[in-house]
Design a protein around this ligand. Structure first.
Ligand SMILES: Cc1cc2nc3c(=O)[nH]c(=O)nc-3n(C[C@H](O)[C@H](O)[C@H](O)COP(=O)(O)OP(=O)(O)OC[C@H]3O[C@@H](n4cnc5c(N)ncnc54)[C@H](O)[C@@H]3O)c2cc1C
Length: 504
């Protein structure tokens, strides 16, 4: 941010703001950004707004996401096959390094007593990939061979042996036809993360350190002030009263609804973005014997023309100490941008600047549209049929459908195709760095620390140069390619495993 220091926030601003920073939305992203800012500038005043009565109730809530600590140990879509048949590992390396940044930041906060005992938000759960059929088995082998050479993936094991499958995933082997070729990889370095609990702990700690946390208030408008900064208008959802606050920096961490607020800000950088809501659904195992038989997160190959976010996975979850079993995701349709959003969300997000983008995506992505329609029309029995690829012995009565969070699929204006889908997170920042907002989901919460470090870097370039030293103390791998620094990698792995209790 290029502004003049008052309470030190930046240079060039003559604004006497009520607060230095406003964070809109009580999810993992605002929580992480607030905590990073607290570490760098404990003297800055921060106000957070959440429309729900509590924080961490939307996508960050444990039941609204899959809780996978994405580290590329099992997600096959992070290692696409190039046209020449070789495996592209760049995304896998990036996501793994980013998850190390998250682990390091959480470890630091545990050591400082800011976060409580880690088992309340992160647990070791093996990560596995599973494929069947000759082509996919060949792909998994190739993927394993190439990843195994990278120090980040040393923990991976590969097997095509039925006895080993039986040991790794007994639930998946019951009543299985073993004549069809299959293969699995496994890493014991995987995790299950309760991002909802983590969000609540971070907000609790922010409040203790003086952050003004306002719940039950919807931010309804953002106006740019002439002398720098923003006026934020919030409406109390129980009384309907509105209040205003001025801030030097605003972060729009409103999840699915971020697009509406970025549009209200009028910043040029937000023009042309559209969002299409896809609701996530899972089958939840309700038979305790089945839950006890499985302990892993097992990711498979997506169906033909399915988007990468819909890779099927069979997941052990640990939520508030209770072990659970989920399979999915399936896609549903709702015009809402939040689970607790409004039916008008989609309609009110359509503007003149993003209509061409949305129409272009509708035209370019016909197979995806057909896939979504098929998903929406699916019945319980056909969902169970899909599950049978993972659990051949599955009985419809042992599983129930649950509704997870909304993913607002980002559509972006592009020169080449007028409009494209963006798989991943998209950080939108104004040129002057006074406002930033986050669109999109995957790999989302797992990489929240790296994404929020990106906000600091882009919005506070002057301060960032100063903060870098302190940040490196907290997150020793920050700015370092761990894949090329095995010594640091081992140090980081050992220390975070010990502090976060991830020793298996
Ligand atoms: C089905 C599904 C599965 C997923 N699985 C994984 C996974 O396994 N691993 C992983 O790392 N990530 C996963 N994700 C992604 C992850 O959940 C998200 O990236 C992450 O939770 C986003 O956090 P957030 O803070 O941006 O949004 P949210 O947690 O949605 O928080 C946004 C908050 O803003 C509030 N808000 C909105 N508008 C306003 C307003 N105007 N005023 C005030 N408050 C407002 C909302 O009420 C909400 O609490 C998954 C997501 C989904 C939907």
């Amino acid at each position: 941010m290029n502004a003049k220091p008052q309470s030190g926030i930046s240079e060039a601003s003559h604004l006497s703001a009520d607060v230095d920073v406003v964070l809109i939305g009580g999810g993992i992203m605002s929580a992480t950004l607030g905590m990073l800012i607290r570490q760098m500038r404990p003297d800055w005043s921060i106000r957070t707004y959440e429309r729900a009565p509590e924080v961490g109730t939307e996508s960050s809530n444990a039941w609204n996401n899959a809780g996978t600590g994405h580290a590329s140990l099992c997600e096959l879509n992070y290692t696409p096959q190039r046209e020449d048949g070789s495996i592209d590992t760049s995304k896998a390396v990036l996501v793994n390094e980013q998850f190390h940044e998250s682990r390091l930041f959480w470890s630091f906060l545990v050591e400082q007593g800011v976060l409580p005992t880690p088992e309340q938000f992160v647990r070791p759960v093996p990560h596995m990939s599973y494929v069947s059929g000759e082509d996919d088995v060949a792909f998994l082998r190739k993927r394993y061979d190439v990843l195994k050479r990278i120090p980040l993936f040393e923990s991976l094991e590969l097997s095509d042996d039925t006895n080993t499958f039986q040991e790794w995933a007994p639930l998946m082997m019951a009543e299985r036809d073993t004549s069809r070729p299959m293969a699995m990889t496994r890493s014991d370095a995987g995790t299950d993360v309760n991002f909802g609990a983590l969000t609540r702990f971070l907000f609790g700690a922010l409040q203790k350190s003086g952050t003004d946390s306002v719940h039950g208030h919807d931010v309804v408008n953002l106006e740019r002030l002439i002398n720098g900064g923003w006026r934020v208008t919030a409406r109390d959802r129980s009384t309907g009263e509105t209040s205003k606050v001025s801030a030097r920096f605003v972060f729009v961490g409103a999840g699915g609804r971020a697009i509406h607020l970025l549009q209200k800000s009028g910043i040029e950088e937000a023009k042309g973005y559209g969002g299409f809501p896809v609701s996530g659904q899972f089958l939840r195992g309700i038979n305790e014997d089945l839950i006890a038989m499985h302990r892993a997160k097992v990711y498979g190959q997506p169906q033909v023309s399915a988007p990468p976010m819909s890779m099927p996975h069979l997941d052990t979850r640990v939520i508030q100490g209770d072990r659970g079993l989920l399979f999915g995701p399936y896609a549903g349709f709702s015009p809402k941008y939040l689970k607790a959003g409004a039916y008008t969300d989609l309609l009110t997000s359509i503007k003149l600047d993003n209509l061409p983008t949305m129409l272009a995506v509708a035209k370019n992505e016909l197979p995806l549209t057909l896939y979504l329609i098929k998903q929406v029309l699916q019945k319980h029995i056909s969902r169970v049929e899909m599950l049978k690829d993972f659990v051949p012995s599955a009985q419809a009565d042992d599983w129930t459908l649950i509704h997870a969070g909304m993913r607002v699929q980002t559509m972006k204006r592009t020169k080449k195709r007028r409009g494209e889908l963006v798989f991943g997170t998209e950080l939108v920042t104004a040129k002057d760095g006074t406002i930033a907002g986050l669109l999109g989901a995957s790999p989302g919460a797992s990489t929240s620390v790296s994404i929020m470090l990106g906000v600091l870097q882009r919005c506070f370039p002057n301060e960032y140069a100063e903060w870098k030293l302190r940040l490196t103390d907290i997150i020793p791998s920050h700015g370092v390619a761990l894949a090329e620094n095995p010594a640091l990698l081992h140090e980081v792995e050992l220390s975070t495993m010990k502090t976060l209790g991830l020793c298996g």
